[in-house]
Design a protein around this ligand. Structure first.
Ligand code: ADP
Ligand code: MG
Ligand code: ZN
Length: 472
């Protein structure tokens, strides 16, 4: 009998509040080490934490976006552990009474079917400091200590590496739509822990291992494949799986045991006596719900109503930044299909060449709109449009001036084009015969020749018409 893979994910996402979770220090990445610190986040004796209302609001906002139930009553607890990334020797977190429970996300599988991944909970906690290992030793930066985090815990509902990545992409996209985190994998503002086990049909869930140090979707994909194979091999060799935390080594493409898995008892959780339980009224929750921005499904519906196919609408709403850009371009040039085609083909080609974190559209919506209008009006052809787009992407502006300076104005002059084509037709009797015999593909040859003769400026549609006329 074949093996099933079972995956549950824990995602930590830093909230983009102005200040930290329990003090007034700046929540900012990339500052000089240990400059955003105070007695509270460095645990000086007698310092008292004060909960950041913004962090609570953002956590609730995300909870509402994924259909969680928001608990009116939740409790901050101390998760005790001794490690130098944490001055207090405990992390303020939530265990028994988390802020949000339930909910879930729908993912699209490769075969086009949809699958609902249930969430167990979303709770609010603080981040730890950052250890920087160097040849001289380990240095500690406490700027990150006390930054608000939400931990989003899924049920073990995923059954392949591809499903896990689809879930993570959807979750990241949702966080970006809601606008509560900047989700930079390289900066660690979104981090994933993967829990994985294997079993056979009808068997109870197997013993799981937890993988750490996954900081790209590619790493998640590879790590899950490696780890499920490793577990299967162990079990088939008659060795039991040990519940443990394992580290993914991206260079070697393997997982290594770090430590046996700790249970919640190991952390001696108890309610933080410095923080009163968090009580949120239904009115307060509803006032936050009213701030929910328009999410992807609603935009998909709107875009289909504008005339996009469902597939295009899904593509362009993958990320809020793309959907926003699309709408911005439309505000200057209201041709939804035409604009969408350019974005999903040309813009996505540029973006896909970049790392996920770096995928930023660098063209001004107004410039793209202007370029597309020139293209649609036949002032430039596709080759010209692509050339201008390249320049705009690299920081250029004013497409109509670029048409002049780059000499891209499309040749729409029938007389001049006829002259060019007369020569091409005369020089290529074989191609003419083929075209006459009904081989429509030969037309591409004539268009290519005409482009070559006009430095790419010929209007291809006009070329087709003239050639047909000439060979009559
Ligand atoms: P902990 O906080 O100790 O890591 P949780 O009970 O909160 O433990 O579960 C963490 C994650 O492990 C959840 O995402 C859950 O879906 C997943 N999980 C639990 N059991 C299994 C299993 N047998 N196989 C794979 N994942 C599992
Ligand atoms: Mg865990
Ligand atoms: Zn502080």
């Amino acid at each position: 009998m074949s093996w099933n893979t079972v995956i549950g994910l824990e995602v930590h996402s830093e909230l983009n509040t102005r200040t930290k979770c329990f003090c007034g220090c700046k929540n900012e990445f990339g500052n000089k080490p240990n400059t955003n610190c105070c007695p509270v986040c460095t645990a000086m004796p007698g310092a008292l934490p004060v909960l950041n209302r913004d962090a609570v609001e953002r956590a609730i906002l995300m909870g509402l976006a994924v259909g969680c139930r928001i608990n009116n009553y939740s409790v901050f607890e101390r998760k005790n552990y001794f490690y130098p990334d944490l001055c207090k020797a405990y992390q303020i977190s939530q265990l028994e009474y988390p802020l949000c429970v339930g909910g879930g996300l729908e993912i699209e599988l490769e075969d086009g079917t949809k699958k609902f991944i249930r969430l167990n909970r979303i709770h609010l906690e603080e981040d730890a400091g950052k250890l920087i290992h160097s040849a001289r030793g380990t240095m500690i930066d406490y700027n990150r200590g006390g930054v608000p985090l939400i931990e989003i815990v899924s049920e073990p509902d995923m059954s392949s590496a591809e499903e896990a990545v689809a879930y993570l992409e959807k979750l990241r996209s949702t966080l970006l739509y809601v606008g509560v985190s900047d989700c930079k994998m390289q900066e660690g503002s979104i981090r994933f822990d993967v829990n994985i086990s294997v079993n056979r049909d009808g068997e109870p869930l197997g013993t799981r291992t937890e993988l750490k140090n996954l900081n790209s979707f590619r790493a998640v994909l590879r790590a899950i494949k490696y780890e499920s194979n490793r577990q299967i091999e162990e079990l088939e060799a008659g060795h039991p799986i040990i519940q443990e935390t394992r580290r993914w080594d991206d260079e070697k493409g393997k997982t290594y045991s770090m430590r046996t898995k700790e249970d919640s008892q190991d952390y001696r959780y108890f309610p933080d006596p410095d923080l009163i339980p968090l009580e949120v009224t239904n009115e307060y929750i509803e006032s936050i719900r009213a701030k929910l921005p328009k999410l992807a499904p609603q935009r998909v519906t709107e875009y289909i109503a504008m005339g996009l196919t469902e597939q295009d609408a899904l593509l362009i709403t993958q990320e809020r930044a793309y959907a926003d850009f699309f709408e911005n371009v439309l505000s200057y040039f209201n041709e939804p299909k035409f604009v969408c085609n350019w974005i999903t083909a040309e813009v996505f080609k540029k973006l896909n060449a970049l790392e996920v974190d770096d995928r930023k559209i660098t063209v001004q919506p107004k410039d793209l709109a202007e370029m597309l209008r020139l293209y649609k009006d036949g002032e430039i052809n596709q080759a010209g449009a692509r050339k201008i787009f390249d320049v705009l992407w690299d920081g250029g502006t004013e497409p109509s001036k670029l048409v002049e300076s780059l000499g891209l104005k499309q040749m729409n002059d029938t007389g001049a084009l006829t002259e060019v084509l007369q020569k091409i037709v005369a020089d290529n009797p074989k191609a003419v015969a083929e075209l006459k015999a009904g081989n429509e593909k030969t037309m591409a040859f004539f268009v290519g020749q005409a482009m070559r003769a006009t430095q790419g400026k010929a209007n291809p549609k006009l070329v087709g018409e003239i050639v047909k006329e000439l060979i009559k």
